[in-house]
Design a protein around this ligand. Structure first.
Ligand SMILES: [Zn+2]
Ligand SMILES: [Zn+2]
Length: 211
């Protein structure tokens, strides 16, 4: 284990000075990888000798990786936090850039899907036809169309502008909670993705929810 406190670091440097004199000018010994490296290879550090960190940048990076391996949960939590902060900042300061990226990603996804469909044409279309023939699909797609029409005409607010009926978080979809029969086409409740998924599981639905 490498020494951590600055007294130990200084002692270590004393040894270096004796061992490697003259000290290569403009370099510093990294106490982790034990190599002389250019000063620019060291980060600034107030605690370190000469105001530089005792470990070279590469070793610091490796240490970070080791630590992440030892503490995967803390690391992931930190990552999530950082990501959240980043997106909060982006939403505040550069919402247009975010929208542009979303569009780009969507375009890429679509392109890939299209590529796959072209390559596996027969299978994909057979699957699609099969799915569309099922009563469940017919049922649902009509209900969805009716819902979209109602939203488009302003009879219903967009689900995303409402709160989830079950948990109160921002909603993503409308759930046809009374089923897809014609008289219930507009009997919907706003739900978030996870609550919608939970409802589908409770109802033992098999088709993926999209509306
Ligand atoms: Zn090093
Ligand atoms: Zn919810």
């Amino acid at each position: 284990m490498a020494p951590q406190n600055s007294a130990a670091i200084q002692a270590r440097h004393q040894i270096c000075l004796e061992r490697a004199s003259p000290l290569p000018i403009g370099t510093r010994l990294c106490f982790r990888c034990d190599r002389f490296k250019d000063l620019s290879e060291f980060r600034r550090s107030e605690r370190g000798l000469f105001g530089l960190s005792a470990r070279c940048k590469k070793c610091e990076k490796d240490c970070g990786k080791d630590w992440a391996k030892r503490n995967p949960e803390i690391y992931r939590a930190g990552e999530r936090k950082q990501k959240r902060r980043y997106y909060e900042k982006m939403r505040r300061e550069r919402p247009d850039e975010l929208r542009r990226r979303a569009r780009e990603q969507k375009r890429k996804r679509k392109g890939k899907l299209r590529e796959y469909e072209l390559k596996n044409r027969d299978r994909v279309y057979a699957d699609k036809r099969q799915r569309r023939k099922t009563d469940e699909w017919q049922f649902k797609s009509k209900a969805r169309t009716a819902l979209w029409t109602a939203i488009g005409r302003g009879h219903l607010a967009r689900a995303k502008s409402l709160a989830c009926h079950d948990c109160g978080k921002p909603a993503q979809h409308y759930d046809h909670y009374l089923g897809y029969a014609r008289e219930h086409w507009l009997d919907v409740q706003p739900v978030c993705t996870s609550c919608h998924g939970q409802r589908a599981v409770d109802r033992k639905e098999l088709v993926r929810i999209k509306d």
